[in-house]
Write a protein that binds this ligand. Structure first.
Ligand code: PLP
Length: 471
């Protein structure tokens, strides 16, 4: 498989280059040159998650990693989950129209959020590809919480990777911070920065823009624009489809999203032949995506803090990959569209393009109060406690169901459960009066010693820290 940039520049690259590069040189994101066909679903039934993952993702990796190594990498990546099913599916009754409702539990990995599913695989892929090339990299990322802890767990102990994750002091949940600061591996460095997530993000961008530094330490990105992460997420849309649709009929997926990474993977699954009825984009109050999918206009707005902080985003990077497709894979058109978005803070697509988007996607938004009432009603109905991100998805499914958006109530609806409720205990307790407990393997999280570095919000200070630790 070869990859091209969504802005049309440069020569096509192989999987290993795309894995290590992250962002294309022309500022675009990498996408496969062609979309492969999924294997027939009947051939995947009854097989383990890791086996399905290899079959589904192999065409994307082919040429970059040999097959025997890839099978071992995938098996190792998913051995860290706390259930052999890796991403189990749980029936939770039905919507008022009668459509069967299911939860896709994506939080059974080491850091209790869906990002583990992709990042555990990416960590092992880095390790393998770097050993083959005899190279080292320095992973640098900013986090508002979930990405950072998942990335650090994925890189812990890797011989050829050093990881620096910047987080805003006092602005992550305590569980999120401790998941970063209590890891013991010497190749990891949690870095506390005074300020906001955007300050952390600006520092990371500045470090990547300093080309001399970038080359000196071999900076690599691990954020959700990395194609390998999107690819890895395709697997659980296939496994959940197998679980809820024994006859292979269409399924509707509802995905709480901010950066458009997770729901893009569902679109990729559909593009490769998975029978999908609707894809639903579920937003919190930071609803740039919902506004775009309903009006065709994307306009930057202020980020407001919500009880689902991992979706508090106003620029959805991964949308660029979908725009590339709906604009007929015209890189120049994508570059122009995003150029004017950056210049004016707003951009619109025409009726034809909006029609193409609407033919596959529905959308909806929920505020914090409604999300809290969803947490309560799901608990009353099923005894299950869901996290605020997951509640946004379920609530939007209920909204669209009430509007009659789904005409065929026999189509099963799968809602992505993106985090364990214990990751956001305060919001859950406020909603339902129950303080969710951490799983046993994390029960001593609050007793473990914390290790972190502190740097000022200043590029020189960050670079000095990285150089000093490299010795
Ligand atoms: C990252 C995250 C999201 C948003 O996912 P995107 O694919 O980046 O939009 C939703 N829920 C949780 C719990 C997350 O950690």
């Amino acid at each position: 498989m070869r990859y091209v940039s969504t802005r049309g520049g440069g020569e096509p690259l192989g999987f290993a280059e795309v894995l290590l590069d992250g962002l294309a040189r022309d500022g675009g994101l990498y996408v496969p040159e062609t979309w492969p066909e999924l294997p027939p679903l009947d051939e995947l039934r009854g097989r383990s998650f890791a086996e399905v993952a290899v079959e589904v993702t192999w065409p994307f990796v082919d040429g970059g990693v040999d097959r025997a190594s890839y099978e071992r990498i995938v098996t190792d990546a998913y051995a860290t989950f706390d259930t052999p099913e890796v991403c189990p599916v749980l029936p939770i009754g039905s919507l008022p129209s009668g459509a069967p409702l299911h939860l896709l539990e994506l939080y059974r990995g080491p850091t209790l959020a869906f990002k583990d599913v992709a990042l555990q695989l990416v960590g092992w892929l880095f390790d393998h590809v770097l050993a083959e090339r005899d190279e080292r990299i320095c992973v640098l990322g900013a986090t508002s919480g979930d990405t950072g802890s998942a990335a650090m767990h994925a890189c812990a102990g890797l011989e050829r990777v050093d990881a620096y994750i910047l987080y805003p002091a006092g602005r992550t949940s305590e569980v999120q911070r401790r998941q970063m600061t209590t890891l013991e591996a010497d190749n990891l460095c949690a870095v506390e920065v005074p300020g906001t997530f955007d300050d952390c993000q600006d520092l990371v961008k500045a470090a990547f823009a300093d080309e001399a530094f970038r080359d000196e330490v071999h900076l690599a990105a691990i954020n959700s624009i990395n194609w390998a992460r999107v690819m890895a997420q395709v697997t659980y849309y296939v496994t959940s489809h197998l679980a809820v649709s024994p006859d292979g009929g269409p399924v509707t997926f509802v995905v709480p999203t901010g950066n458009f990474g997770n729901v893009l993977a569902a679109w990729v699954a559909a593009r490769c032949g998975l029978p999908v009825d609707r894809l639903v984009v579920a937003s919190n109050r930071n609803d740039v995506l919902t506004r775009f999918f309903s009006t065709g206009t994307m306009a930057i707005a202020e980020v407001v803090p919500t009880t689902s902080p991992s979706m508090d985003i106003q620029v959805s990077s991964n949308l660029e990959r979908l725009l590339f497709e709906v604009l007929g894979r015209d890189g120049a058109a994508v570059a122009e569209l995003l150029g004017s978005f950056r210049a004016d803070g707003t951009v619109s697509v025409d009726e034809t393009v909006l029609g193409r988007l609407r033919s596959e996607f529905d959308c909806g938004r929920l505020d914090d109060e409604s999300a809290a009432s969803v947490i309560r009603s799901v608990h009353d109905r099923t005894g299950l406690v869901v996290d605020p991100h997951t509640a946004i998805g379920i609530g939007v499914a209920e909204l669209l169901d009430a509007e009659g958006t789904w005409f065929d109530p026999s189509v099963p609806v799968v809602c992505a459960a993106t985090a364990h409720p214990a990751k956001f205990p305060d919001a859950v307790e406020a909603a339902v009066g129950i303080r969710p407990e951490l799983p046993a393997r994390l029960a001593d999280l609050f007793e473990r010693p914390e290790r972190f570095e502190r740097v000022a919000s200043d590029l020189g200070a960050l670079e000095a820290l990285v150089r000093a630790r490299r010795g």
